[in-house]
Ligand binder design. Structure first.
Ligand code: ATP
Length: 251
């Protein structure tokens, strides 16, 4: 278990929501340095709400990859990735870069594009890309920020499991700590250190991934038509709530 000084962020009984609307009342959790956290829960469970709160608290220490990508379709891939560090340059440099890309950033973005399988697309406008390519541009923009922490809202949604693993490995290689919302339960167990699971406005799972099974995670999806809906592999047929998966079962 991490020492207290390894705790990057602590929420103790905090109500999270939007305006007057509380979505997640009394949230208690710790985010520790060096931990890779998978955030699960069915649609509307509050994953984005929680990530938004983490982002607010962590500020510039965290790279951010939003669910809707936040890309500008009229601009080229290069410019969309460059936007990850827009604030680091002067307005003049940014304007110049728009007309004539700066050599240093161009090289860095090119390296990222190769790593993400976007080589040859740097000058292509994002509006002309496939959904999966756009998703990788959004990841590239977050990686380009070069922060120690990565917060991702379903950055590997709609990407095949093999490629999702590769992208997660890339994110891991460049960040010491991450919190990533996703729906691929098996990936959550095999690739992450810890799982946070949301259901009915509560953090019902906060446990090491190695202590959990797929059926523990099934309990997060009460509305699933099929036991393995939204997953990457078949899982046990009976959703269950395991005592070890309940909040407070940290080890
Ligand atoms: N800006 C907002 N204002 C008010 N309510 C919101 C807002 N954004 C989200 N909500 C509500 O908060 C609840 C949680 O939404 P949230 O987007 O956090 O869920 P999610 O788990 O990320 O869902 P999904 O997997 O579909 O992205 C939902 O009931 C949603 O309607």
């Amino acid at each position: 278990m991490g020492e207290p000084h390894d705790t990057l962020l602590s929420l103790t009984g905090v109500d999270l929501g939007h305006g007057d609307r509380v979505v997640l009342p009394g949230v208690c959790l710790d985010l520790r340095r060096g931990e890779r956290v998978a955030l699960l829960g069915q649609s509307g469970a509050g994953k984005s709400t929680l990530l938004g709160a983490l982002r607010q608290q962590l500020g510039d220490t965290a790279a951010w990859c939003p669910q809707q990508h936040g890309l500008v379709p009229q601009l080229a891939v290069y410019h969309n990735v460059y936007m990850g560090r827009l604030a680091e340059h002067s307005a003049l440099a940014n304007l110049w870069n728009l007309v004539r890309p700066l050599a240093g950033p161009w090289r860095q973005v090119a390296e990222l594009c190769v790593a993400l399988g976007l080589e040859g697309l740097m000058r292509r406008t994002v509006g002309q890309l496939s959904g999966g390519q756009r998703q990788r541009v959004a990841i590239a923009r977050a990686l380009y920020q070069e922060r120690a922490l990565f917060l991702g809202d379903e950055p590997v949604a709609s990407i095949d499991p093999h490629q999702a693993l590769r992208l997660l490995a890339l994110i891991d290689a460049r960040h010491t700590t991450s919190v990533i919302a996703l729906h691929q339960r098996e990936l959550a167990l095999t690739h992450f250190d810890r799982v946070w699971g949301l259901r009915d406005g509560r953090l019902v799972i906060d446990a090491p991934a190695r202590s959990l099974s797929l059926s523990d995670l099934d309990a997060l999806y009460p509305d699933a038509l099929y036991p393995d809906a939204g997953s990457d592999t078949a899982a046990s047929a009976t959703p269950s709530t395991s005592p070890r998966a309940e909040a407070g079962s940290r080890s």
